[in-house]
Ligand binder design. Structure first.
Ligand SMILES: Nc1ncnc2c1ncn2[C@@H]1O[C@H](COP(=O)(O)OP(=O)(O)O)[C@@H](O)[C@H]1O
Ligand SMILES: *[C@@H]1O[C@H](CO)[C@@H](O)[C@H](O)[C@H]1NC(C)=O
Ligand SMILES: *[C@@H]1O[C@H](CO)[C@@H](O)[C@H](O)[C@H]1NC(C)=O
Ligand SMILES: *[C@@H]1O[C@H](CO)[C@@H](O)[C@H](O)[C@H]1NC(C)=O
Ligand SMILES: *[C@@H]1O[C@H](CO)[C@@H](O)[C@H](O)[C@H]1NC(C)=O
Ligand SMILES: *[C@@H]1O[C@H](CO)[C@@H](O)[C@H](O)[C@H]1NC(C)=O
Ligand SMILES: *[C@@H]1O[C@H](CO)[C@@H](O)[C@H](O)[C@H]1NC(C)=O
Ligand SMILES: *[C@@H]1O[C@H](CO)[C@@H](O)[C@H](O)[C@H]1NC(C)=O
Length: 668
């Protein structure tokens, strides 16, 4: 698999000055021993894969062919040479349907990308340089995230970029399948499968074609993208060719398996059979023998045992649990699956309360007539289970009237069931954002805010160890019969940590509730909880989500709006208009200003929960906002830091959440 670097003399060679003898045609069937200029996270793995990004968040990676190439027919002239390239890429993320940012094939004047940003900027530009003609940058992006600031069309697209990330042409990743008469077939960039891409540029017609296909498939006749773009002043006389990518907050690996390039002619074909292969990730495919033997064996067994035994078996399996010796110590917290099954009518859809980030939640009635909520969480492996269960049990000991009490758990193969107190009034977000319900009064809102603050104070300060909640938001606040706010899901976000590489932090959270420092450190803290609580207070008072996307795709960040009205001396203008002015002015002003204070971009400037409770109870006067903070714009601030608002805006669907947990723990 040694890389084959060919030197080709073409007829056109005569047109060019003798000094341009750089190899203008090369093939890397794998990158073992390849002479590439790498920077950032980029490395070549021992088996010859070019690994651009690893699991480190918010970093850049570049890999370039070491010598610059000549792109113009004559130095200084407008006429351009044609070029053609083929390469195979693969993206492996922590989730099968959600990834960190994408990658790009690049032709650039300079290899110095020190001023470019990671995250959505793909290591190519920054917010200051995006689109600037002085970039002299041509790229084909494979973008896995929809960034509205670049007018992206979807979270799985291929785009032709000139000097910036607002693509001149783009389409959803896919190909026109010639075996089915040219029908369009989608490809998922984050599918963890290798795919081949061809980029062809005709220097005379100034036409760029981008074609892609699954690795094993032949090259489709019709390109995915075909567009005319005059690259004469974009690509300089000489330029470098290579790849760029960057990581955001989620764990993700970008690979290039092979690459060929040619000036003035078609790129040499890659030898697919000699390319290195992408690492296999969980779930591991079963071995072929097992796949054949297992069904036959079990069928034979079932036949032999007979119908009566079969019924017995089925009954057993239905209630089967996974129980290990160490769990004996957690005895009283363990529920039997049978009890939970009966309590929830066999997890019937009629009993479904909602679907959240971690799975489905059902209402149940135990034999003792106690109403419970049973949360089913998919969990792929046993790894980290012991720690997790220990944690569940320790969380079960947390008791506070503003926390949703965890009663216990049950464990089955691939599944964990968590049993909570049932909250008859459901979650707060429905009262805030469901227009068909009567709005909560100001007094109710203030009561809920104070309740949640005291629940969070208990988690942070009053218990034997600090519990960081990590996912405070209106949908995690449930209301009991007396309309007390109760914080749910505490500690659950830590599920993501178990059974995974301790060096990678998986940020769990929701856009608008996530403190800016999480973008760099990914480390949740008491201060990041306070930030989320600030966003929560504003949401409750204003009746608006922390980040709203309007019809024209503009993002409105609630903090920015409240800050703006506060500067204008009319902060209570922002109070939910559904209250029709019926609220206590002093309390509303206190909540809004405290919300701003908690939302301070610097973690050190935010108050602690003890202080927050004192301010809310009127036991201490609220300090003024600092003058530097008053001038800020949160959205701009987050974007400047390469903080990625999109990831946070991505609502964790049930499938994402569930697969995330199993993928992460089953992987290594
Ligand atoms: N203890 C409970 N009592 C009543 N309803 C609950 C309880 N826990 C969750 N729910 C309902 O189930 C839905 C999903 O819950 P959850 O998984 O906690 O959502 P998320 O992950 O979005 O926070 C909630 O919106 C809520 O309506
Ligand atoms: C890599 O390529 C560059 C530019 O062509 C050359 O200067 C350098 O010597 C090469 N390095 C190796 C190890 O071949
Ligand atoms: C890269 O460019 C930056 C300015 O953008 C400059 O400070 C730095 O020295 C350059 N690095 C190299 C290796 O040329
Ligand atoms: C483009 O970049 C150049 C040099 O970096 C700068 O002088 C110029 O103002 C930029 N143009 C725009 C429109 O930002
Ligand atoms: C391909 O994906 C896009 C975007 O997800 C979707 O709108 C379209 O219907 C899909 N097309 C096919 C043929 O599946
Ligand atoms: C691009 O594709 C079109 C349509 O298939 C084809 O006519 C044209 O020759 C292609 N151009 C290049 C540069 O490959
Ligand atoms: C491309 O643009 C240059 C000027 O930047 C112009 O001289 C040339 O004619 C254009 N080429 C085509 C094919 O339009
Ligand atoms: C492709 O690689 C395989 C395995 O390395 C080799 O046997 C085969 O001859 C190669 N094919 C071509 C066309 O080079």
């Amino acid at each position: 698999m040694t890389p084959l670097v060919l030197l080709l003399f073409l007829g056109v060679g005569g047109l060019l000055p003798a000094a341009t003898a750089a190899e203008e045609r090369f093939v890397f069937d794998g990158f073992k021993g390849a002479n590439l200029t790498l920077d950032g996270m980029a490395t070549v793995t021992p088996d010859g894969l070019l690994l651009l990004t690893n699991a480190t968040p918010q970093l850049k990676a570049h890999a370039f062919y070491p010598a610059p190439l000549r792109f113009h027919r004559a130095p200084g002239g407008a006429a351009m040479r044609s070029f053609s390239t083929a390469f195979v890429i693969g993206i492996i993320g922590a989730y099968v349907d959600l990834s960190s940012h994408g990658m790009a094939f690049v032709v650039a004047k300079s290899r110095n990308f020190s001023s470019a940003l990671p995250g959505q900027f793909l290591g190519l530009v920054s917010s200051a340089t995006n689109g600037n003609a002085t970039n002299h940058l041509f790229a084909v992006e494979f973008d896995t995230i929809l960034n509205s600031e670049f007018n992206d069309m979807s979270g799985n697209h291929v785009g032709i970029d000139v000097n910036g990330l607002n693509s001149v042409d783009a389409d959803n990743a896919g190909y026109y399948d010639d075996t089915t008469g040219g029908a369009f077939r989608n490809l998922s960039l984050v599918s963890r499968k290798a795919m081949q891409v061809w980029v062809d540029f005709d220097g005379q017609a100034m036409q760029v074609n981008v074609t892609m296909a699954p690795l094993e498939a032949p090259r489709p006749k019709k390109p995915l993208l075909s567009t005319t773009v005059n690259l004469s002043s974009v690509i300089d006389d000489t330029a470098y060719v290579g790849f760029s990518s960057s990581s955001g907050i989620l764990f993700c690996r970008h690979y290039v398996l092979g690459w060929s390039f040619s000036m003035d002619g078609a790129a040499p074909a890659l030898n697919i059979s000699s390319l290195p292969t992408l690492p296999v990730t969980a779930p591991k495919p079963r071995s072929r023998t097992l796949q054949i033997v297992l069904p036959i064996a079990s069928a034979a067994l079932v036949l032999a045992v007979g119908a009566a035994a079969f019924a017995l078996l089925r009954r057993r399996r239905m209630y089967a649990e996974v129980k290990e010796e160490w769990e004996a110590t957690f005895g009283p917290h363990r529920f039997s699956y049978k009890d939970l099954y009966h309590a929830t009518d066999g997890f019937s859809d009629k009993r479904l309360l909602g679907i959240g980030g971690f799975g489905r939640v059902y209402r149940g009635v135990l034999a003792s007539k106690v109403e419970v909520a049973v949360k089913k969480v998919a969990h792929g492996s046993r790894q980290g289970m012991r720690e997790f269960v220990a944690e569940v049990v320790s969380i079960g000991r947390l008791r506070h009237r503003n926390l949703v009490q965890l009663l216990g758990y049950c464990r089955r193969k691939g599944e964990l069931l968590l049993v909570y107190d049932y909250m008859p009034s459901g979650s707060l977000d429905r009262y805030l954002h469901d227009q068909s319900r009567a709005p909560l009064s100001w007094a109710q809102r203030f009561h809920v805010i104070k309740g949640v603050a005291s629940g969070l104070l208990y988690l942070h300060e009053d218990w034997e160890q600090v519990v960081v909640h990590r996912d405070i938001k209106a949908s995690n606040v449930l209301l009991d019969k007396e309309m007390n706010g109760r914080l749910g899901d505490f500690g659950l976000a830590r599920l993501y940590d178990h059974g995974t590489d301790p060096h990678t932090t998986h940020v769990v959270g929701t856009m608008g509730y996530m403190a800016p420092e999480l973008g760099h450190t990914g480390k949740a803290s008491k201060a990041s909880d306070v930030f989320a609580f600030g966003a929560f207070m504003l949401e409750v008072a204003c009746g608006r989500k922390p980040v709203v996307q309007d019809a024209r795709d503009n993002r409105l960040v609630l903090v920015d709006w409240v800050l703006d009205r506060w500067r204008a001396g009319a902060v209570t203008d922002t109070v939910d208009c559904r209250l029709a002015g019926d609220f206590a002015e002093g309390e509303a002003s206190l909540v809004l200003r405290l919300g701003l204070l908690c939302s301070h971009p610097l973690p050190g400037a935010r108050p602690g929960m003890r202080q927050v409770v004192q301010y809310l109870e009127g036991d201490a006067p609220l300090p003024e906002l600092s003058p530097t903070y008053q001038g800020l714009n949160m959205l701009a601030l987050m974007q400047d830091q390469g903080f990625d608002p999109y990831i946070m805006a991505f609502p964790m669907t049930s499938t994402t959440g569930a697969s995330a947990i199993s993928d992460l723990s089953g992987g290594r």
